[in-house]
Design a protein around this ligand. Structure first.
Ligand code: BF8
Ligand code: SF4
Length: 631
């Protein structure tokens, strides 16, 4: 079955992009490749983190001749404040997405738009939080759990209750280092206060708050987002789908869902699947409705419904340039404002749905718990009516696509282990067989591949080349966000791609019937990875810092990625970055985020913008962890 597997190369993807660029030229619109040229070279001060515009005496820039800003702030202060503000922006963003998910649970009802789908997960969480469940209506439980969840965002005392799930060792470290996260809103406000003109000038304190703010996201807001989404829309389990632009269909009504919060995309999928809507599409000459996802929304609906994935961050303009998209629906985050003017060059309708992301040249239909189905119905209907308005002269759909096996939540991974291996051991719900594979050397370790695309490096190249090298070396990969999408485009989520693995990983893939890259979801689902490493550390009986497991974000770009990197490091996992974290203008900051955090929490950043070198560093890091364990 694996015979004949051919990974799509970055060169092939670039050829598709070049062909689509011809359409952009024809319709007279700029795309990111043009804008990168116009923005290069970037401002060196911003790039190194030593431009401050926090007050109106500035902007102040640090040079050898002017080593301090007007207030006296040094390069260390300025780079440190900029870094913390990025972490706070990311924590706020993930967490507010999570908050919306909790609100949907709060608003859920038997006869409303949003329902409890995974009642077991809800009841487990209720038990964890001491909410009575016996003889109660499931929605009464849901509302009480949601109210507690919402209060976590702004509670006046105590720490994030999600951190109770961490290992005892981690909790001790977080308390000792004074980085145990309080309410999410408090950590973000504290970060903004600390970085105001005339507040914290000490870089070390700024990095510590970055860790704490990040933890309030990973072990707070993001975890809430994942958990509530699972309760509302179902916990992902392994399923088959496809990825890359070839999933767009010439003869169907194509609707793209883009963004992050599943509240919108779930409703679009539900409405579009109805016979009434499929018939409506056929009445305009289409074969039916084809829903596809972009970016993290793609991950969310692929994981839960097998909806196909059109691609990642730098593919969003390409998707519209195919000329076959009747509608693109967005909610929040990672949406290029250029989608507005770009959609105007085609028949494509562009819908925004959230007050958090208002974008010119879009139709704004605010989606609420009450009107969600009506809004989705309007969008799907208008998309169908739009089908006959395509311009044949502007159509080109690249043919590349791959099969993709997705849906590897912690429960999904355990289900594979239970059905294939654990049942022989008479022990279910455990990571022990996985641990045995690592201790015996069949697997060398695991890497969490996460993050975005960034044109500062060749898009997707770093993701794909690093993943190929890792699986070749018997390192299993868990992936989320746009990294998971890169894997899907290259075929690395296809079980058949095990032919690219070393002998050990290939054997594991065959035995457990999994691909070498396990798709764990969207970026908020990196909280799943935190629970995965926690579960493995507990089952193994060692600390998270000892595991031969690392994180890697080779093409990151967003503030969310900075928040993620902070909580991954604070959780004890070394993190390998392929993009400079914009603090290189301060030697102290560079030392703090590499060596400093290692002293405090046992993990830090390793930075290398050369992907070949970065993957070598990762493999060396994994082998060093193995050696320290004596395995
Ligand atoms: O949250 S990986 S480009 S889509 S920020 Fe955005 Fe980056 Fe993609 Fe999802 Ni995550
Ligand atoms: Fe300049 Fe200080 Fe104001 Fe920053 S806070 S802009 S360094 S005066």
């Amino acid at each position: 079955m694996s015979e004949g597997f051919q990974s799509t190369t970055v060169q092939q993807m670039e050829a598709d992009a070049a062909r689509l660029k011809e359409t952009a030229v024809k319709v007279g619109i700029d795309i990111w490749q043009d804008r990168v040229k116009a923005q290069t070279p970037h401002c060196g001060f911003g790039d190194k983190g030593i431009c401050c515009k926090i007050c109106a005496m500035g902007p102040c820039r640090i040079t050898p001749k002017s080593p301090k800003g007007i207030c006296g702030a040094t390069a260390d202060t300025i780079a440190g404040r900029n870094y913390l503000r990025m972490a706070a922006g990311g924590a706020a963003t993930h967490s507010d997405h999570g908050r919306e998910c909790v609100w949907k649970l709060y608003d859920s009802s038997a006869d409303g738009n949003y329902h409890v789908t995974d009642a077991t997960k809800l009841l487990n969480l209720a038990k964890e939080w001491g909410v009575p469940t016996e003889d109660r209506d499931i929605y009464d439980v849901a509302h009480e759990v949601a109210e507690i969840g919402l209060n976590e965002y702004g509670k006046i005392k105590g720490y994030q209750r999600w951190t109770d799930r961490a290992t005892e060792e981690r909790k001790k470290v977080w308390m000792e280092q004074d980085i145990m996260p309080r309410a999410v809103d408090r950590e973000v406000v504290t970060a903004m206060h600390m970085t105001h003109m005339g507040c914290t000038a000490d870089a070390e304190a700024l990095v510590r708050q970055s860790l704490r703010c990040g933890l309030s996201d990973g072990w707070g807001g993001s975890m809430a987002g994942t958990e509530m989404s699972d309760i509302l829309y179902g916990t992902p389990m392994p399923k088959e789908t496809e990825g890359n632009l070839g999933v767009l269909e010439k003869d169907m009504v194509n609707i793209i869902c883009h963004g992050h919060d599943p509240a919108v995309s779930e409703m679009i999928v539900l409405v579009a699947e109805s016979k009434e809507m499929q018939d409506y599409a056929r009445s305009f000459g289409a074969r039916g409705i084809n829903i596809v996802g972009l970016c993290c929304t793609a991950n969310e609906i692929a994981m839960r419904h097998g909806v196909r994935m059109a691609g990642n961050f730098l593919q969003q303009e390409n998707a519209l340039l195919t000329g076959v998209v009747e509608a693109i629906v967005v909610d929040v985050q990672c949406i290029f404002p250029n989608i507005g003017p770009l959609s105007e060059c085609f028949h494509t309708k562009f819908y925004t749905t959230s007050p958090i992301a208002r974008i010119p040249f879009s139709t704004y239909l605010q989606l609420t718990s009450e009107n969600a189905k009506d809004v989705a119905t309007t969008i799907v209907k208008e998309a169908c009516e739009n089908f006959p308005k395509r311009d044949e002269n502007k159509i080109f759909i690249p043919e590349h696509k791959h099969k993709a096996s997705v849906g590897y939540s912690c429960e999904g991974i355990k289900s594979r282990l239970d059905t294939v291996t654990n049942s022989h051991l008479d022990e279910l719900d455990t990571y022990k067989p996985l641990i045995q594979c690592v201790t015996s050397g069949v697997l060398r370790g695991a890497v969490a591949m996460v993050g975005c695309n960034n044109p500062k490096v060749r898009p997707d190249y770093s993701h794909i080349e690093i993943m190929k090298r890792l699986i070749e070396n018997d390192v299993v990969i868990v992936a989320t966000g746009c990294a998971a999408q890169a894997a899907s485009k290259a075929g690395l989520l296809d079980k058949a791609s095990k032919v690219l693995c070393g002998e050990g990983l290939r054997r594991v893939c065959t035995l457990a019937d999994i691909p070498p890259v396990l798709h764990m979801g969207s970026c908020v689902d990196i909280s799943r990875m935190m629970l995965l490493v926690t579960g493995i550390a507990k089952d193994w009986g060692i600390d998270v810092t000892q595991l031969p497991v690392v994180g890697c974000a080779p093409e990151w770009m967003s503030e969310k990625a900075v928040s993620i990197a902070n909580y991954v490091v604070a959780t004890g996992i070394d993190t390998y970055l392929g993009i400079d974290p914009m603090v290189s203008g301060s030697a102290q900051m560079m030392d703090l985020i590499t060596n400093g955090t290692t002293k405090w929490v046992g993990a830090g950043y390793h930075i290398n913008t050369d992907p070949e070198q970065l993957v070598k560093d990762i493999l060396d890091g994994i082998e060093a962890k193995r050696a320290a364990l004596g395995i």
